[in-house]
Design a protein around this ligand. Structure first.
Ligand code: GLU
Length: 303
């Protein structure tokens, strides 16, 4: 009998909404480092399920940038836009088991409920209903995050009945990410801390679909000078894959690692090799880091 634990498989899953910025480089580098250190594989998945938010050419640009940083996936890059059949199958199962339901509520209908859906309050039937996941009262889901520690949430109160397919027919991220991570055999999800809050609903969905729950690590967010998440900010300047070492060194510091440990590396290969060898996951800071704090100084971890 094979008693080996599942091999490590990590992934980086950017949405093609712009060029790779420092926050996404941090998620890419952090997930790559943890995978490499575990002797595991690292995949890249393009999350292109929302054409209105997509920027033409962004996915190709992100992939070129990753190559420039030496972060090369171990298998073919998959695109969510080519995987609608998988989401349809999962949705049909949830509809058949009674966990998913058609919903005619509009955003305006839910304003009085703080935007959270607990019961249908729609005034009128619409021709294009959304599909939601019914979350029962008292659905509390907790998990142990490698970086953030124990995190637990009352999913009904804090997320409500989660959208699975929007009224415009687009698949919701929450369904697609769960289906894809399981289909691709991902054992370890390492991503930005802004998704910590989404994880309990994703775990709940995994359980309803009979899918395994991966391990999670949510990395610190990097904030601009106004305290906003980088991707939402004008400071989300693209990182320069033509001059990769400075950005990789900054990402290394943002992961709480002492700069001295990669100081002597003069090429990408040397830096990545030293980084895999010397990376100490226990040093990754939990809390958001202002970008300005990263310019020269090491980040004090354990805060
Ligand atoms: N596509 C998401 C983003 O770019 C990340 C999803 C994930 O890592 O689960 O924010």
């Amino acid at each position: 009998m094979n008693t080996d634990p599942a091999p490590y498989r990590g992934r980086f899953a950017p949405s093609p909404t712009g060029p790779l910025h420092f926050g996404s480089l941090l998620a890419a580098f952090g997930s790559w480092l943890l995978a490499r250190q575990a002797g595991g594989e690292w995949l890249v998945r393009i999350e292109d399920l929302d054409p209105p938010r997509e920027i033409a050419g962004a996915a190709a640009q992100q992939l070129r940038a990753l190559t420039g940083f030496g972060l090369v996936p171990d298998g073919p890059v998959v695109r969510q836009s080519a995987r609608h059949g998988l989401y349809r199958t999962a949705l049909d199962r949830l509809l058949a088991s009674g966990h998913a339901f058609e919903c005619h509520c509009s955003r305006a209908d839910l304003v009085g409920e703080g935007g959270i859906h607990r019961a249908c309050v729609a005034g009128a039937q619409r021709s294009d209903p959304a599909i939601r996941l019914r979350i029962g009262d008292g659905t509390r889901v907790g998990f142990d995050d490698l970086v953030q520690g124990r995190f637990s949430q009352d999913v009904g109160r804090q997320a409500g009945d989660v959208i699975l397919r929007r009224s415009d027919g687009l698949w919701a991220y929450q369904l697609a990410v769960v289906v894809d991570d399981a289909d691709q055999g991902v054992t370890d999800v390492v991503r930005g801390g802004d998704l910590l809050d989404s994880t309990p609903r994703q775990i709940h969905l995994q359980r309803l679909l009979g899918l395994p729950t991966p391990r999670y690590a949510h990395l610190p967010l990097v904030l601009d000078e106004d305290g906003r998440k980088l991707s939402k900010s004008a400071a989300a300047l693209p990182v320069d894959p033509g001059d990769p070492l400075p950005a990789l060194r900054t990402a290394w510091r943002a992961l709480g690692q002492p700069s001295a440990k990669v100081a002597d590396a003069g090429s990408i290969d040397a830096l990545l090799r030293a980084a895999v060898e010397r990376f100490e996951p226990a040093r990754i800071p939990r809390h958001a880091i202002p970008l300005a704090a990263l310019h020269n100084a090491d980040v004090i971890s354990g805060v």
